[in-house]
Design a protein around this ligand. Structure first.
Ligand SMILES: [Cu+2]
Length: 433
């Protein structure tokens, strides 16, 4: 794949990076035939979709792995509109080129915009002399000892300390040489052409393995309209922070001059962009433009859901506490001191209102993702946004509520792929009395 100024050898869906977008309408039956020509077994997870459990793509839990050379037909109804995505759920495969956007439209939704721009931000190292499997084994071999300043080995391309006040401490475990917007580095960024003054619906996605992005257009405020596919009270912001697995829809007005829509790698040294191009003209000086995005970005956990999608007021029938721990002893990330075991989890019963309390005792943030449901963040002053992935800051407690209305065995896990693979995953298990 040509990622812009560099050609890398990687794994992909159908020869495109990102994969060709899948677009459906709310209520559609979606059918996708997967043929595995990779050297490893794989599955596909439909991130954000409240689908039937046996199509969720989690090995052992919902389906056998799809062997090299084998095929599998995914077939499910998409019940909710929104900006979603698809990626593998085996090992570290999502930190290669295996990802794409899954957009579900609602024909009944009022469309107060002129054009649409889907942008997937990604951190990239595959095929640059490293690959994600090797990075994970280096992290496990070196643990915290690989961080500069901790007396261990440095410069092995594995673990490195990066800092972010916004993220409350450690910004990541992995150093990436490249950051991509729609599969391209900033050196060879894609352009998006539209008439100046037109209203653009941005669909912003972060498929990164270990990087959050601060997303915005310098000097052009956005109005955030959706989080993880669900409408929120429209909220104006200079920029927005997107953790791994999170999506935001926002409206911007097309500028008069070419301007970058940036994804700045939060707490890391790098960025990616798509150039908003209203006509002729060159991009501005990129470092200067990026420096203009220095205002504190919106943190989406604080934005209330739109009235129309708020969960009915109700006390939880069951509350589960999930204490996030790690990375001790050697790059092990845990939930309630346990690493992932598909046979163990947290019981819920159909019809219950469930509260999950994510209690982060580590020094790093964790974007916690729940499969098969869209929870509602419990805000300090009332209902927060509907989401399926939410950042839990270090030393903090995040509470989320959902209605147990989709029976099955559903993963909840950190969407930092290295944390998930190092143990930080568990199962929400529907049980019957
Ligand atoms: Cu994590």
């Amino acid at each position: 794949m040509d990622i812009g100024g560099r050609t890398v050898s990687t794994w992909h869906y159908g020869g495109e990076l990102p994969a060709r977008e899948i677009r459906a309408r709310k209520g559609d039956l979606l059918r996708v035939q997967l043929r595995n020509e990779l050297p490893q077994p794989t599955t596909v997870h439909w991130h954000g979709i409240a689908l039937r459990n046996d199509m969720d793509g989690v090995p052992l839990l919902t389906q056998p792995e799809i062997a090299p050379g084998a095929e599998f037909r995914y077939e499910f109804t998409v019940p909710d509109a929104g900006t979603h995505m698809f990626h593998p759920h085996v090992g570290t495969q999502l930190d290669r080129g295996l990802y794409g956007a899954l957009i579900v439209e609602d024909p009944a939704e009022p469309a107060d915009y002129d054009a649409e721009l889907v942008v997937i931000f990604d951190d990239w190292l595959d095929g640059t002399g490293r690959d994600p499997d090797r990075v994970l084994s280096e992290l496990k071999a070196n643990g915290m000892g690989a961080m500069p300043g901790h007396g261990g080995m440095a410069g092995n391309g594995g673990m490195q300390m990066s800092r972010s006040d916004l993220l409350g401490g450690d910004a990541g475990d992995v150093t990436y040489p490249y950051f991509l917007a729609n599969g391209r580095t900033s050196e060879a960024a894609r352009s998006f052409e539209a008439r100046r003054g037109s209203r653009i619906r941005l669909r912003l996605l972060n498929i990164g393995g270990d990087t959050s992005f601060r997303v915005g257009v310098p000097g052009v405020p956005m109005t955030i309209t959706h989080t993880d596919g669900f409408p929120v009270v429209p909220t104006r912001a200079e920029a927005v922070l997107l953790g791994m697995g999170e999506r935001v829809d926002a409206i911007v007005t097309m500028p008069d001059q070419p301007l970058p829509l940036f994804g700045l790698a939060e707490g890391k040294d790098g960025r990616a962009h798509v150039l908003l191009q209203p006509g002729a003209g060159a991009a501005p000086d990129l470092p200067a433009a990026a420096a203009q995005l220095s205002a504190r970005p919106a943190m989406v956990n604080a934005i209330p859901a739109a009235e129309s999608v708020r969960l009915p007021n109700r006390s939880p029938d069951v509350t589960h506490e999930l204490t996030l721990g790690g990375p001790e002893p050697v790059y092990t990330w845990t939930i309630n001191k346990e690493v992932y075991d598909p046979a163990r989890g947290f019981p819920v019963r159909r019809g219950e209102r469930v509260r999950l309390r994510f209690n982060n005792t580590t020094t790093m943030y964790h974007p916690m993702h729940l499969h098969g449901h869209t929870f509602q963040v419990v805000g300090p002053a009332g209902p927060g946004p509907r989401k399926d992935t939410a950042i839990v800051l270090p030393g903090q407690l995040l509470e989320v509520d959902f209605d147990a209305d989709n029976p099955g065995q559903w993963l909840t896990h950190c969407h930092n792929i290295y944390h998930g693979e190092a143990g930080m995953m568990t199962v929400i298990q529907y049980v019957e009395d």
